[in-house]
Write a protein that binds this ligand. Structure first.
Ligand code: ADP
Length: 478
């Protein structure tokens, strides 16, 4: 008995509308929610189920036939209030015995309202993102015109200007325009990638020629910094492949620019190997390795996010938008690949990425003989940065007192003195920085000399610089 009472009480106070009605449609029980939501007051008892759900029941007709298709399932219906306004409910009907039907209905007004709100907010967010992307695309497009205008005029001026001082200023403005163009292009690519408007354009190209072109972009700067630069391409990579040459160049250019930016001693190398072949597609694996400042473990995860630069002070010194690696990641993914980094702070970084390219018909047969369908050649993943450092003798070069270290110090002292004699103090300062790195774990006397030399270079003091160079050489021979 107590249990029945408890069930009755629960029915009375649940949030759902509960109505009992007879075969003639007359309502014999309505719980508190029904009375409140249907706003019949005390008249609900004795009213007809057809008054509440006129869409499915007709007053005066037997409920039996009309209820049959509704039994045991949930339906969305309009429930009518006493004042003939209506609201949406999710409703189920059941039949208990011949003359007792039960209706349980949930008011979905709030739910549908919330859903409508969510849809509206989602639509607004999509539109805002679209407007932002279009705005960024328009602005960058508009910026490009005046920058190219300035660049054109500068080139004309450079042709007619004879004064070397003015030529130097013009060269600076030209460099500024080129940097600005690079930033504009990055933002344009980024906004296109974000809006999904970016497409990969495949066509046949000469793979080795493409790598040579990338090499020619970077060799002058790397050589000017005194860095060794090597490129190796596995012989089983075919001459011609089909892919988006421009975008592969873009990824390599970005990785190599970073390598050049963040490396002051040692070497930068690029390696390309073929790791897999499935039917007429091959997987190419690229490694870009440097012996630069490296990236801490915690910062490596952030690297491929947009606008992420590891260290604000480093970025101020080197510039950049923090978009480059994110663009690389998205481009590589569009070419069915992925990009990774392995790095040791203070020792160097190894960026690796793989992409898939198609084989032209002319290469299909030859390349097919080399690798069986779908088999994987040994991937170079196992080659760690540490191995590379050992291979290239970098560790020895950075360890004060080794033959390699002394040779490198001597080399940089020579280059520094040459720069000073040519009054190129900027370049001399970069060699002074390298010398400080090479003497990082030297005895105090040597470290102090390297610091004194850097200060003398910064003050553009020829005598003090020459003295510091002599002192360092003397310490080396001791
Ligand atoms: P940016 O256009 O600013 O160079 P990137 O996305 O290319 O942007 O690089 C983001 C940051 O990652 C750089 O600012 C730098 O801090 C770090 N980074 C990238 N490549 C290297 C590298 N080879 N060595 C050390 N740090 C690097």
């Amino acid at each position: 008995m107590r249990q029945e009472e408890a069930i009755q009480l629960s029915l009375e106070y649940i949030n759902e509308i509960v109505l009992f009605f007879a075969t003639n449609g007359s309502i014999s029980y309505a719980n508190a929610s029904a009375k409140k939501l249907l706003e019949y007051g005390d008249h609900l008892l004795g009213s007809n189920i057809g008054d509440v759900f006129p869409g499915v029941f007709t007053v005066g007709e037997s409920v039996e036939e009309q209820a049959k298709p509704l039994l045991g399932q949930f339906r969305e219906l309009d429930a009518y209030r006493g004042n003939r306004t209506c609201f949406k409910v999710e409703v189920s009907f059941s039949c208990f015995d011949e003359d007792l039907y039960v209706c349980i209905a949930t008011d979905t007004t709030e739910g549908s309202y919330l859903q409508r709100k969510i849809d509206q907010v989602q639509q607004e967010a999509t539109e805002a993102a679209k407007v932002k992307t279009e705005f960024v695309a328009n602005i960058t497009h508009e910026l490009r015109t005046p920058v190219n205008g300035i660049l054109g005029n500068i080139l004309e001026l450079k042709d007619i200007e004879e004064d070397p001082k003015k030529q130097r200023v013009l060269a600076l403005v030209e460099r500024g325009c080129a940097d600005m163009n690079a930033i504009i292009n990055n933002i344009l690519d980024f906004s296109k990638l974000e809006s999904g408007k970016f497409t990969i354009e495949k066509r046949e190209f000469d793979f080795r020629e493409m790598v040579r072109y990338v090499e020619s972009n970077h060799r002058p700067k790397l050589s000017a910094k005194g860095l060794e630069f090597t490129i190796s391409i596995a012989p089983d990579i075919p001459q011609k492949v089909i892919g988006d040459e421009l975008r592969i160049v873009q990824v390599l250019n970005n990785l190599l620019s970073n390598a050049a930016k963040f490396t002051s001693v040692g070497r930068v190398s690029v390696e390309v190997v073929k790791t897999s072949r499935i039917a007429d597609r091959i997987e190419l694996f690229f490694l870009v390795i440097d012996t630069g400042i490296g990236i801490s473990k915690e910062n490596q995860d952030k690297l491929f996010q947009s606008f992420s630069q590891v260290d604000a002070s480093i970025s101020r010194r080197f510039g950049g938008t923090g978009l480059g690696l994110n663009i690389c990641k998205q481009l590589v993914e569009l070419m069915d690949g992925s990009i990774h980094v392995e790095s040791d702070e203070g020792k160097g970084s190894m960026f690796s990425f793989h992409i898939w390219v198609d084989l032209p018909e002319s290469e299909c047969n030859q390349a097919g003989e080399a690798t069986a369908l779908g088999t994987y050649a040994t991937p170079p993943y196992e080659m760690s940065l540490q191995d590379h450092m050992k291979d290239s003798g970098m560790e020895a070069m950075r360890t004060y007192g080794t033959d390699e270290n002394f040779t490198e110090i001597e080399r940089n002292l020579n280059k520094l003195i040459l720069s000073v004699e040519m009054e190129n103090w900027e370049k001399a300062e970069s060699f002074a920085n390298v010398l400080r790195e090479l003497t990082e774990n030297a005895p105090k006397e040597m470290k102090n000399q390297a610091l004194r030399m850097k200060m003398a270079v910064q003050k553009e003091d020829y005598d003090k610089t020459a003295m510091a160079v002599d002192s360092m050489r003397e310490l080396l021979t001791r």
